[in-house]
Design a protein around this ligand. Structure first.
Ligand SMILES: CC(C)(COP(=O)(O)OP(=O)(O)OC[C@H]1O[C@@H](n2cnc3c(N)ncnc32)[C@H](O)[C@@H]1OP(=O)(O)O)[C@@H](O)C(=O)NCCC(=O)NCCS
Length: 337
């Protein structure tokens, strides 16, 4: 039976390190507030000069993942790019990334499921692999948030939490009878809460997507978030979707070696761990270094967890879980070959 196996991972963050102290200089916030509420100490933003899109960050991460897998771009049957911050409104980042990899006919797909984007991407790759539509798939999560954030005090609740970055995973269909690969995924959406985290403009649904006369300082151009409501939803839905995925995989929580949650807020992940009654060392955190990199956050954490030897040995099992704008949420369980 064909299983979806991770062959390589890669990550890339832009060089511009922005500490909480740096943010204190441009808005009314404090290092203490940010660390206490979110666990974040720093994040990376693209340079203020020049042109850097999510596809550029994704390219560097993809090259690293391809190297580790021992693949060239020509080996790829399919590219999936998860992002909420595409380089431009259209075409999608997958098109740009494929061209930057030197490809001119490999199929690509962009996924717009925000913080859950990588999980939707992994599940889609798995479906393509298991139905024989593809054998070697590249899944990339990449975001450039910094160019679209409200860097005045008005936007401080959102701006302090987001960072730019990308990560990539090479996934291959391998024929084996062993219980390995993507064991289960449970994915959900509830669009009734779309407004609790969104950027409203530009909006194709309007007669003119950039309404005439609006100033680029109009708050609708910037992401707005009902933070407390999302926090409560995350703490309730993440444990629930975890149990759903465990049930689908037919395994217990005791068989999970490491939980890699989306890195949105360290307090959310600590509460999630407490609900599951997990020892602290079974939950992976790196939000303090990168902030919330949305679709990049889970693969970036996976790459670092493997690098640090926290996960990755044959037979070890990792659980990914995320909730974010949409609202979308989900969990995937993966066992290493
Ligand atoms: C955003 C978040 C960190 C805010 O933390 P919180 O404990 O809920 O804080 P509150 O929203 O209650 O804000 C408390 C106060 O801090 C202020 N505040 C907000 N951002 C601030 C900042 N960056 N610096 C200083 N003060 C800030 C608020 O204005 C509020 O002031 P008030 O009490 O005078 O009105 C938290 O709600 C969160 O992480 N939510 C979930 C985010 C998430 O998971 N999103 C989905 C994935 S992207």
């Amino acid at each position: 039976m064909i299983k979806s196996i991770i062959k390589g991972t890669g990550k890339f963050v832009p060089p511009n390190l922005v500490t909480n102290k740096d943010l204190e200089k441009i808005m009314d916030t404090s290092d203490e507030w940010i660390q206490q509420r979110t666990g974040i100490k720093q994040r990376y933003w693209i340079p203020e000069e020049g042109v850097t899109g999510a596809s550029d960050l994704g390219l560097e991460a993809a090259k690293q993942a391809l190297d580790e897998a021992g693949w060239t771009p020509d080996d790829l049957d399919f590219i999936i790019f998860a992002t909420l911050s595409p380089d431009i409104m259209f075409p999608g980042c997958g098109c740009f990334l494929a061209a930057k990899l030197g490809l001119n006919s490999t199929p690509t797909l962009d996924i717009r499921q925000q913080c859950t984007g990588f999980l939707y991407g992994f599940a889609t790759a798995d479906a393509y692999i298991k139905t024989g539509l593809a054998k070697k798939v590249l899944v990339v999560g990449g975001e450039v948030h910094s160019s679209g954030l409200d860097k005045s005090t008005r936007g401080r609740d959102v701006t302090v939490i987001f960072g730019d970055g990308a990560a990539a995973v090479c996934i291959e269909g391998v024929d084996t009878q062993e219980s390995v690969g993507l064991l289960a995924s449970a994915l959900h959406t509830d669009g009734n809460f779309a407004e609790s985290l969104m950027a409203e403009l530009p909006a194709s649904r309007l007669p003119q997507r950039n309404p005439p006369g609006v100033s680029l300082d109009d708050p609708r151009y910037f992401p707005v978030m009902d933070g407390p409501s999302i926090f409560k939803k995350a703490v309730r839905l993440l444990p629930k979707v975890t149990h759903e995925a465990l049930e689908k995989a037919g395994i217990g929580l005791d068989q999970i070696d490491l939980v890699i949650p989306h890195q949105a807020n360290k307090r959310i992940n600590q509460a999630f761990g407490q609900f599951l009654k997990l020892p602290e060392d079974k939950i992976f955190h790196n939000i303090e270094k990168y902030g919330n990199t949305t679709a990049a956050s889970i693969p970036l954490a996976l790459h670092e967890a493997i690098e640090q030897g926290r996960i990755g040995k044959s037979g070890e099992t990792v659980l990914f879980a995320a909730l974010g704008a949409g609202l979308t949420w989900g969990a995937c369980i993966y066992r290493f070959l």
